[in-house]
Write a protein that binds this ligand. Structure first.
Ligand SMILES: Nc1ncnc2c1ncn2[C@@H]1O[C@H](COP(=O)(O)OP(=O)(O)O)[C@@H](O)[C@H]1O
Ligand SMILES: [Mg+2]
Length: 269
């Protein structure tokens, strides 16, 4: 049975697309056949982060409208075997995503894939609702600041009331907290909420803490999911999150401010 995982948040710009690309890549690197779908119609960010934007011919909406089949629209990742991208269209209107259409595409994908990652657009309108409607698992991506936590709380309400699982009275969507752009230094100065603060407010299990990292921008500029960069703190933190998603128990890293040692103070880091 395929697992449908939505990467959601409510708020925009918190790291959903970065996380979708990293988690999908991480699952495929672990040998699981995975597809990542861009639900952000009109924006098309995912294919840039995955570095496959020049290969887009057909997209999600073409498939829904029957203008192309899945085989024509899926883009095979050039680095990671077992990884595929279903891109969003750039121009079409957001109403192109219908429950029936999306449901049919997910059903077809489920025959062939182990994991289906849905990269949600921001907000709580159609696109975001479609991305979460069919989910088995939700990765609630949150930055350690009040507005982001508030919007994540709102999305938790949606998952519990507007998802298919809620409608059908099934076991609820499994919710996980992914804290991104975490900066221990700014927690110390009181500018940001701590991991404990956010966990306490949202009260869902923590699946990962991704540090604020230069590596993310560098990776997205070169169209390589940051998890590929295993030298980087963010890359390692995403690997840990993927392992936890697969059931491993790992200690959390990068939660404390790195105190610069004597040599680092003199020579830089
Ligand atoms: N851990 C991180 N460290 C630094 N920058 C990050 C991190 N995660 C995301 N970003 C940056 O934040 C911005 C928004 O990320 P994105 O994944 O597009 O968010 P969303 O999909 O939620 O809108 C991008 O510029 C991205 O490079
Ligand atoms: Mg996005």
């Amino acid at each position: 049975m395929a697992q449908i995982i939505v990467v959601t948040s409510g708020k925009g710009g918190v790291g959903k697309t970065t996380s979708s690309a990293a988690i999908a890549t991480g699952l495929a690197m672990k040998g699981h056949k995975t597809v990542v779908i861009d639900f952000d119609i009109g924006l098309r960010n995912l294919d840039l982060i995955m570095g496959c934007e020049r290969r887009v011919v057909y997209d999600f909406v073409n498939v829904i409208n029957g203008e192309a089949n899945l085989n024509q629209a899926l883009i095979k990742d050039k680095r990671t075997p077992k990884l595929f991208v279903l891109p969003a269209s750039q121009t079409r209107d957001k109403d192109a995503l219908t429950k029936e259409g999306v449901g049919k595409v997910l059903e077809d994908l489920a025959k062939d894939f182990e994991y289906i990652i849905c990269d949600s657009p921001a907000g709580i309108e159609t696109g975001a609702m479609m991305a979460l409607y069919f989910a088995d698992v939700a990765i609630v991506t949150t930055n350690p600041e009040v507005s982001s936590v508030r919007d994540s709380d709102r999305i938790l309400g949606m998952l519990q009331s507007k998802s298919k699982r809620a409608e059908d009275g099934l076991e609820p969507v499994k919710e996980y907290l992914l804290l991104t752009r975490y900066s221990p230094a700014r927690v110390t100065t009181g500018e940001m909420l701590s991991v404990q603060d956010v966990e306490e407010i949202l009260a869902i299990p923590l699946i990962g803490v991704i540090p604020e990292s230069q590596a993310v921008l560098k990776a997205s500029n070169s169209g390589v999911p940051v998890i590929i960069d295993q030298e980087s703190d963010a890359g390692m933190a995403y690997s840990d999150a993927v392992e936890r998603l697969l059931g491993e128990e790992l200690p959390f890293r990068f939660l404390k401010e790195e105190k610069k040692g004597f040599l680092k103070r003199i020579f830089g880091s």
